[in-house]
Ligand binder design. Sequence first.
Ligand code: FEO
Ligand code: CA
Ligand code: CA
Ligand code: CA
Length: 598
Amino acid sequence: EARAEDGASRFAFTEVEAGIDANHHVAEGYDADILLRWGDPLFADAPDFDPMTQTAEKQRRQFGYNNDYVGFIPLEDGSSEHGLLVVNHEYTNEHLMFPGIVKIAEGKITVSDADKERVDIEIAAHGGTIVEIRKADGKWQVVRDGAMNRRITADTEMQLTGPAAGHDRLKTAADPTGTKVLGTINNCAGGVTPWGTYMMAEENFHGYFMGELAADHPEAANYKRYGVPEGTYAWGQFYDRFDVSKGPNEPNRFGWMVEVDAMDPNSVPKKRTAMGRFKHEGAESIVSKDGRVVFYLGDDERFDYVYKFVTEGRFDPANKAANMDLLDKGTLYVAKFAEDGQLAWLPLVHGEGPLTAENGFASQADVVIETRRAGDLLEATKMDRPEDIQPNGSNGRVYVMLTNNTKRKAEQVDAANPRAENAFGHIIEIHEDGDDFAATKGTWEVLLKCGDPAVAEVGATFSSATTANGWFGMPDNCAVDAEGRLWVSTDGNSPKATGRTDGLWAVDTEGAARATSKLFYRVPVGAEMCGPLLLDDLETAFVAVQHPADGGEDWEGFGRPSYYEDLSTRWPDFNDAMPVRPSVVVITRQGGGKIAMA
Ligand code: FEO
Ligand code: CA
Ligand code: CA
Ligand code: CA
């Protein structure tokens, strides 16, 4: 191809200047419009958002907090103009949501004690949103009375299915069947299946549990491997199931992939235990050559693993009902990235290799409940925080976002995780054998080591055509568009480290332009970039701006500790009566047309 030889980028747009300020910025010639903000009413009779009188009851009828994954399910065959937007609400930031709860004493930031109504608002602001949207006269609108509009929260009834369903380790006082669980939490990235269901990943579930488990409790080692309990949230003060001393099996009911039939607002979401239990980042999928469906799964923790799940049954494009339980049977694999560039997918199957009763795995239920320990025994490759993983049907490749791992020591470096104290992360490209996504072998190479190429010791490998605006660190979510082009969004480009906010970058993967990156959109100060999604007609991109104005310890001089009254930005309303609000942004080309195409 001409473009491969001349080194020209496949992305045609004028790059945004990297930087940091109170607003968001998109490439010239594009509109970036706010589509949905935290608190926006989702039903005809839902109350308007009023931050001073918010209640859990209102929140259950409004868009949730910290939008992360964004997916689109067409309502007419293949439509890119009318469908359901499905959005994860990963977590809540109390200091940004509730006025006056942050205090500073002796230089330390403290948050006032939670009360039950606040916790109930948090629970209702978690989960996901399904909402009908429509494009009219070139602009997207929310359909407030959409028949499928739905809020899923951390209290919505769900069913556990697959090999661990009903197992003793999943039974609780409230649910002696071990099959009925309330809610989903920390839903980070996700996916839409080929049969049109919505996948929600349960990521950092450990933070929701408090209390102490006796050191000799049978689940003690299991919970230690997952960091349970961490006690970030106060929910356990009001709900016993989030206190491990009172509900010791409850953490085994989180850390799964959740499948939702978005077309039926009364459907019971299903936690698909066959896909393993870990800090699930996402579940992007593709139909393999023989019709089995392959899901790529990351476990976002330093030194944890890359997985894929291959269904046993085949996808039937003509019969949606026939696909609805495909995710209960299949093989879960963990990745071993060899030093010579070979890749092996190792099956996590009870009775095979070390996954036996002698090692504490009495059945496949134990294998999926303790997926990480099973991966440890198979000596899978310990990665630098696997995040979103995206297959690319146009070239048979798979892109793995590895966000960073500053704890990797020099003696722990390997070919697939080539940098010690990896502050900026990298992207691995997998090539499955024979372009077959269901293959159990493949090859891999590093597509990109991230960070500022102008700082030699960082060792970044962006192409020389990448400008000072075009480099990034901390790849997190990603998307492949209908042209097979890769888009990467980032989490953690704080100003102290990089002088720039997070954003959405267009990354060439082919020919001489490979590893060329360009900045298309950037977020306001303190925010993280989630989503992204480009619709099939390439005329619309959705991005999710998470936690604007948030300030970690890296944010001296910018973030301030986010007092409600003294935020570093009031995006997107810029109204003194409104807090910052995480929002889904829709990007279209002025006058219409395909995004980033000449
Ligand atoms: Fe929630 Fe791994 O990002
Ligand atoms: Ca993520
Ligand atoms: Ca993705
Ligand atoms: Ca993230």
